[in-house]
Design a protein around this ligand. Sequence first.
Ligand code: B16
Ligand code: MG
Length: 218
Amino acid sequence: MKRFEACIFDLDGVIVDTAKYHYKAWNTIAQKLGFEFTWEENEQLKGVSRVDSLEIILQIGNVVISNEERQSYLVLKNDIYLDLIKNMNPSEILPGVEDFLRQLQKQEIKIALGSASKNARPILERVHLINLFEVIVDGNEVSKGKPDPEVFEKGAKLLNVEARKTIVFEDSISGIIAANNGGFRSVGIGEQKNLNEAEYVIPGFKDISANDIFKALS
Ligand code: B16
Ligand code: MG
């Protein structure tokens, strides 16, 4: 019996570096609202849905707007983001990711995506990784955002695996808490200082093998 049967990957900041495009788009919105939004503040938006991200932006800028204005800013943010990602290609896959996914495939470990983004599928298609994912759960399929574990629970259910035998890879603190809340094993991608709740933190997948992760979590 294998100790680990599946891995669920977040998209933005784990598979591809779209966090920089989300930041650019939100910063344009913040400027339109009359303030600058810093890269440090952007940490709070990672893994957070589009709608909830706008609320955080409004709080940071201490700005009050109507619901109609909210809707138009949400549309504008996504239009800017879609324009920034329109030419994405496989060169934007983060270092070591593809090799890591192929190692899992060889070891017959199931692979799923668990992303808050409603743009996850076209991004996976553009970087030519979509066929490596057995299951994709994205922002179109969940009603509760991270730190609620719904996105990962749906993924595990579709893969027919137990949470305790599934590793979640996440770059956001909300995603790590979501994984922990659902009883999943959690690996943070990024800096330890931002991801203290993760069971194990790596800077990225470069020079990290699937067996390294299995050992670290054993
Ligand atoms: P969209 P992930 C998340 O994706 C991003 O981290 C977060 O910054 C973004 O607001 C959210 O997706 C929604 O994205 O506007 O494309 O629906 O990290 O969960 O893959
Ligand atoms: Mg992310």
